[in-house]
Design a protein around this ligand. Structure first.
Ligand code: BEZ
Length: 234
């Protein structure tokens, strides 16, 4: 019998993805199910030194924050959906050890292993899933971020896995594809800000100092072409 409503132990190994795992599946999975977990809030509050940034210039990736802890913080994004949407993967029984080893290498950098019930979108019974979480006590946890500064930071960051903004926009797209109700306002707002930064930069209204080497330089905003000329004359 399940205890306290927890999903039954089935002997199967499932992993829940709420970030890049949504669109970059682990190896050797044989089932992929969209759905959600509850009790958490997804935020771009985890520094990334190994995937979307470097030790010298860490990028920002998502982590899950316990909802009760998040409610005690001051966050400019002051609401969050009850459901954290993502994807659960079942790993082939004979590949579990191999996949766990692969994921430990891939997902380290402050993340630790937790287990949480996952609710399949099709209404089938909940499943116990492993989930990687960067808890507030890990060195890479940033805590609340100003949304515009965070979007600018993401815009200029890059690591071995690629541009930080591609991770953000990839997450927005992957979430929107899961279901008509799986969007996340935190992710969409940051994505809108990044698109606006990109539009302004392309139209010459914004200079990103050192854009050729984005992660190693300070971000500098210029609000109009006139102001930009002023700045260049100075
Ligand atoms: C995820 O996609 O769920 C994830 C990926 C890396 C670290 C933590 C979570």
């Amino acid at each position: 019998m399940p205890v306290n409503g927890a999903p039954p132990e089935t002997g199967e190994f499932w992993i829940f993805g709420y970030g890049s795992l949504i669109w970059k599946p682990p190896p050797h999975y044989d089932r992929r199910i969209p759905g959600w977990v509850t009790g958490y809030v997804r935020r771009f509050w985890q520094a990334s030194q190994d995937h979307r940034g470097t030790p010298e210039a860490p990028g920002r990736v998502v982590t899950l924050i316990e909802r009760s802890f998040w409610a005690s913080l001051v966050d400019a994004h002051d609401s969050a959906p009850e459901k954290v949407w993502g994807t659960a993967y079942r790993i082939q029984a004979d590949k579990v050890a191999e996949v766990k080893e692969y994921l430990d290498i891939r997902e380290i950098n402050g993340y630790t292993i937790h287990y949480t019930p996952f609710h399949p979108a099709d209404g089938s019974p909940s499943i116990r899933t492993l989930v990687y979480i960067g808890t507030p006590d890990n060195d890479q946890f940033t805590g609340p971020q100003d949304p515009q500064a965070l979007a600018e930071h993401i815009y200029v960051s890059e690591g071995p896995s690629g541009l930080n903004r591609d991770y953000l926009l990839g997450l927005e797209k992957a979430l929107n594809e899961l279901s008509p109700e799986s969007g996340d306002a935190h992710v969409t707002d940051l994505s809108d800000r990044v698109r606006e930064i990109d539009r302004r930069r392309r139209e010459g209204q914004l200079q990103v100092e050192g854009f050729e080497h984005p992660v190693s330089h300070e971000f500098r905003k210029v609000s109009s072409v006139d102001e930009q000329e002023e700045t260049e004359k100075a």
